[in-house]
Design a protein around this ligand. Structure first.
Ligand code: DC
Length: 222
């Protein structure tokens, strides 16, 4: 069965990952987390002590990264989520993802993963530029955002670092700025995206809203 593609873009802490995972589960489709692919490039760069400014080297490392349901792969092997979620990898991912050369390599990887998932029934694809660049023809595009204070708090809770709220908020601001201002695929809603402010909204409510929209757009009416 040919399925539906739902894209969920937005800044860190906007609720993207939790919403994408829950929506995919409710719709019984694959969840693709494209940030994990950028994180995998960053992890490789750190492991291999690559110069974060050397685009040629980073692009070569990106060629070793793959993307599947709920996971990124390096040289075909799934990477443990905890290895991708350290503060060092988070900071490095923000830098490597600003290079057009890296984005160029990961573009067909993301599209191929989405095409495969579509054939198996559909996918929720989460990232920064999915609705604008990676899958501009997706049936449903969602852009989530939330107040910076709340986003920082969510991140702090998620990682059990409530005591470091100020530091997390500052680091998030730096990454937000880099995501929004980079020339290659900056973070912004697609013109046909549905924008949802998740500030103060319970996760369940956001999930139900997206599921409802997806069911309406589904070729077979959900
Ligand atoms: O969503 P995340 O925090 O796991 O993403 C990790 C990094 O990758 C983040 O700095 C933004 C970047 N990214 C991107 O540039 N484009 C995407 N489609 C997904 C993530």
């Amino acid at each position: 069965m040919e399925g539906l593609l739902v894209t969920i873009d937005g800044p860190a802490g906007s609720g993207k990952s939790s919403v994408a995972r829950a929506v995919a589960e409710r719709l019984r489709v694959v969840n693709l987390n494209t940030g994990a692919a950028y994180r995998a490039v960053a992890l490789l760069a750190l492991r291999e002590d690559a110069d974060p400014a050397d685009v040629a080297v980073l692009a070569k490392l990106a060629c070793r990264v793959g993307l599947g349901a709920e996971e990124a792969r390096i040289d075909g092997e799934p990477v443990a989520d905890q290895d991708l979620r350290t503060p060092e990898v988070t900071a490095a991912a923000s830098k490597v993802s600003a290079h057009p050369g890296v984005r160029e390599v990961l573009l067909p990887v993301q599209r191929a993963a989405a095409a495969e998932a579509r054939e198996s029934g559909g996918a929720v694809v989460e990232g920064r530029d999915i609705g604008t660049v990676v899958l501009p023809d997706a049936e449903l595009k969602i852009f989530l955002f939330a107040a910076p204070e709340e986003r920082a708090l969510r991140r702090a809770r998620q990682s059990g670092r409530e005591g470091e709220l100020d530091r997390i908020r500052q680091a998030m601001q730096v990454r937000d700025k880099r995501d929004a201002e980079r020339e290659a695929s900056p973070l912004k809603p697609a013109t046909d995206a549905i924008v949802i402010d998740t500030t103060g909204l319970p996760l369940d409510e956001v999930v139900s809203r997206v599921v409802e929209l997806a069911q309406k757009r589904s070729p077979n009416g959900g």
